[in-house]
Design a protein around this ligand. Structure first.
Ligand SMILES: Nc1ncnc2c1ncn2[C@@H]1O[C@H](COP(=O)(O)OP(=O)(O)OP(=O)(O)O)[C@@H](O)[C@H]1O
Ligand SMILES: O=P(O)(O)OC[C@H]1O[C@H](OP(=O)(O)OP(=O)(O)O)[C@H](O)[C@@H]1O
Ligand SMILES: [Mg+2]
Length: 279
């Protein structure tokens, strides 16, 4: 039975659970449940703190897991990143009081607060900068105002938490993070199926199905707008001068593509959601 680690709390937990449900796996109903078996799919889910997931997977106690790339690197676990999961996107940055710092070298001899001492320590060492790391559990943005650190290094998404704390980003991007699927490195039955199903969920979310009719003489122009993944499906219509076309198109480009198709003579343009995909 494949043992899968899933975040039990925090920013990643809801989307991770939703993706697994869309991928056809059983989820937990009670948020206090720690382990859930899904015998039909021959998998078992362990609900753990996202920060601990890389440790469990890296040790081989669990086979695969969903966590953040920043947490994986911070843990220094030997678990390997298998795929990006297109949620939980953030950057990891240094920040300090407005105007106080311009580059990472200016942190020499200063105090830097972070919940990611492994990640930040490795980055500073690589940059040949010696600092005192102040290890905090969260809300690190308050550390400067409260006088326990001169700067912070933390997860930034919209930047609003930093702004509210009167801090400004400076220096290089420490890391671009995203939710990732990680593996112990030992190939277990079911791991490939999990990956394929999750990738199917990502594609189903990113694409819609577009159908339209177009005069045969304009087919090349229309097909160029909707090349699909491999190539569009072209079907004959009762009227020999017209054809029907079906292709997957990126969800975010739906309206621009419909406008452009209309311009080249396509009509009866229909868009439908994709519920599941196996590429
Ligand atoms: N605002 C955010 N936007 C996107 N990703 C985030 C955000 N905050 C944290 N993350 C990501 O979530 C993961 C952190 O998991 P963690 O359990 O610490 O979540 P959290 O939201 O900080 O929860 P908590 O602080 O309540 O424990 C990291 O991979 C981090 O990059
Ligand atoms: O750039 P923003 O969109 O403001 O998001 C970034 C903030 O979100 C997370 O905080 P969280 O709410 O998880 O609290 P924590 O610091 O206690 O973990 C992260 O640690 C940052 O503080
Ligand atoms: Mg947090």
């Amino acid at each position: 039975m494949l043992k899968i680690a899933v975040p039990n709390k925090g920013s990643l937990s809801e989307t991770a659970a939703q993706m697994l449900a869309e991928a056809g796996y059983n989820g937990r109903r009670d948020p206090r449940e720690l382990v859930i078996q899904d015998p039909k799919n021959d998998v078992e889910f362990f609900y753990l703190r996202p920060r601990d997931i890389a440790t469990y997977v890296g040790s081989g106690a669990l086979d695969v897991g969903i966590t953040g790339r920043d947490l994986l690197l911070d843990s220094e676990s030997p678990a390997a990143e298998v795929a990006e999961l297109n949620f939980g996107e953030s950057t990891f940055r240094f920040a300090g009081p407005a105007g106080a710092f311009e580059n990472v070298e200016q942190l020499e001899g200063r105090r830097v607060a972070t919940s990611y001492p492994g990640l930040v320590g490795a980055f500073l060492a690589q940059s040949n900068v010696t600092t005192t790391l102040v290890k905090l559990d969260g809300a690190v943005e308050s550390a400067v105002r409260l006088g326990v650190a001169d700067a912070v290094a933390d997860v930034v998404s919209t930047g609003s938490t930093l702004r509210k704390a009167g801090l400004e980003i400076f220096g290089p991007v420490i890391l671009q993070s995203t939710a990732v699927l990680i593996s112990s490195g030992i190939q277990k039955p079911g791991a490939d199926t999990l990956l394929r199903r999750l990738q199917g969920v990502l594609v189903a979310r990113q694409y819609v199905l577009m159908d339209y009719d177009v005069p045969r003489i304009h087919l090349d122009a229309a097909s160029a707008l909707t090349p699909g993944i491999e190539s569009p499906t072209i079907s004959p219509l009762a009227d020999p001068d017209w054809v029907a076309v079906r292709a997957m198109v990126p969800r975010l480009e739906t309206n621009q593509i419909m406008d452009a198709l209309w311009e080249v003579g396509a009509r009866a343009i229909l868009v439908s959601p994709i519920h599941a995909v196996r590429m």
